[in-house]
Design a protein. Sequence first.
Length: 325
Amino acid sequence: MSRVLVTGGSGYVGTHLIAALLRTGRSVRATVRSTAREADLRAAVRRGDADDTGLEIVAADLTADDGWAAAVAGCDEVHHVASPFPFVQPEDPDELIVPAREGTLRVLRAAREAGARRVVLTSSFAAIGYTPKPGAEFTEADWTDPDTPGLAPYPRSKAIAERAAWDLMERDGGDTELVVVNPTFILGPALTIDPGSSTQLIKAMLDGTMNVAPRQRFGVVDVRDVADLHIRAMARPEAAGKRFLAVSDGPALSFLEVAGILRRRLGPLAACVPTQEAPGNEPPRPVIHNDRARDELGWSPRPAETTIVQTAESLRDLGLVKTQS
């Protein structure tokens, strides 16, 4: 069985996906921007209960062609996970849009030229549900319009990059198949001491940095379930050419409701979480369907409350937050 390529190997999703693949006995090649991150990546994979002896780490950057042909060589399966996700939105949208779009196309072209069987791309719910829609009910048939007034750079970048990926593969994909996974707000245990942007928000709630909850409503999905969906999307022939929304069952949540879960379940560790929501009009609570992933791929996500609690516990266990005295 050939080696599997995972781009963005040192990231939040990437570390979990690598660990999951290694636990199944697969050999994995992972790309990182710099091999200076190799030791941290290997430590993260071991935290994920995987043996890292089957892991090869190579350098490749989304903003440059160098290294991608070698990274993909001999890999029949490519999981393209790498994409910028900022904690703060940049003033210049191109800081996100250009690397997201060009990096995605760079990986897809390299995969096609290497004769890879399939690429599974991590996109986002941001490419599906950030254009207002009556009823706020969303499936894989929906698309965010990048020209939506007031749309932030991140959802613009995800919509533009995913559209570019489908356009390339439909026009000139050769025999390489494309599948896209569209996660909602990703939470779950962190494997690195440099947590991703989503877990930074939980950290900010726990340490008191976020003293007022933003007025937002969103779906939640566990990072381990995103990794599982990637693996299922790679394995099932019927997944080719499709998008799969990744979201836990149940209603969308607010940050204030997340804070309430943390306070109820974690007591003193959550003593500083916000108790008030920012003023403003009540935003729509989206209804996000995961039927396709469940019915076609047999995917079964964890409850959102379990994910939220275990996110906080992992931050505590990594020494990134402490119980307030």
